[in-house]
Design a protein around this ligand. Structure first.
Ligand code: PAF
Length: 289
């Protein structure tokens, strides 16, 4: 396994792989790897000749009062986990490599980045889009792997690829959950034991939404969201940021017509967690619709 720190070395490696007709699978991460990330790595390894994982905590996707400095950094542990998975290359640039003196480019992904999580995290998705665009140009992958847990991010990255004509297939992989249903996330490490127990309310609310749609046949989205909100309010440590039901293009739904995605963001104590469920009778992949 090779660890690369510079853009030049990453370019050289990707060009060498391409000249040997080898496909490159890419898993971009901010580190603090959990089984969710490792499931993306396994999928990439199964579908490509070589797998590159990047670890970079991207400052431009954090707001001024967010957790950039606190974000868990566990590079040594991450390297061990990736080595155990048989990853070929880890790209770990320092901040100055990605954003050298004088760097000034930006991407405005548009309205789609200002709703849902974007409403309470202004500029977040522009930062994500820009760093992912840079990483695609640096790694030059054939396929890139993202988790469905970040549903809005996957929609935005698909749009980025389409709008800017990147030659990469985006593969969205299922959310990996703890045994009680909590979606795996690097931010779960912020939760104390009481908060960790309380955090299961996100999954419970999503399952309630699913039941109201699928088993009870309710089509009034306002009613479903109201029931979900009531359930979340019953957990004293939880504070709702949003509960929404949207289409594959993140359009708010009033009358349920499947497929839809139920998305929510909830603060448990000081930790903001997100999750979603895609309700699709045909099991089609809403993320690539
Ligand atoms: O999902 C993440 O971990 C980050 O948003 C990403 C895609 C690695 C960009 O920094």
């Amino acid at each position: 396994m090779e660890i690369i720190g510079t853009i030049k070395d990453m370019h050289d490696l990707s060009r060498a792989l391409m000249s040997q007709d080898k496909t490159i699978g890419f898993v971009p991460t901010m580190g603090a790897l959990h089984d969710g990330h490792l499931s993306l790595v396994r999928r990439s390894k199964a579908e490509n000749d070589a797998t590159v994982v990047s670890i970079f905590v991207n400052p431009t996707q954090f707001g001024p009062n967010e957790d950039f400095l606190r974000y868990p950094r566990e590079v040594e542990k991450d390297v061990d986990k990736l080595s155990a998975q048989g990853v070929d290359t880890i790209f770990i640039p320092v901040e100055r490599e990605m954003y050298p003196e004088g760097f000034s480019a930006s991407i405005n992904i548009g309205k789609i980045g200002e709703i849902l999580c974007g409403a309470s995290r202004p500029g977040h998705f522009n930062g994500v889009a820009a760093v992912v665009a840079k990483l695609f140009n640096i790694v030059m992958p054939d396929r890139a792997y993202f988790g469905q847990k970040d549903f809005q991010q996957t929609v935005i990255i698909n749009k980025l690829v389409k709008d800017l004509n990147f030659s990469v297939d985006i593969v969205v992989c299922p959310t990996i959950r703890e045994s009680d249903g909590l979606a795996m996330s690097s931010r779960n490490s912020y939760l104390n034991s009481g908060e960790r127990k309380a955090a299961v309310i996100l999954f419970k609310a999503l399952k309630l939404g699913e039941e109201l749609i699928v088993s009870d046949g309710i089509v009034n989205a306002v009613l479903i969201k109201e029931e979900m909100r009531k359930l979340i309010h019953s957990e004293p440590l939880a504070a709702i940021d949003y509960v929404e039901i949207v289409t594959a293009n993140l359009k708010e739904v009033e009358k349920i017509k499947l497929p839809v995605a139920i998305c929510l963001a909830v603060k448990i104590g000081k930790t903001r967690l997100i999750d979603n469920l895609i309700i699709d009778p045909n099991n089609a992949d809403i993320c690539s619709l």
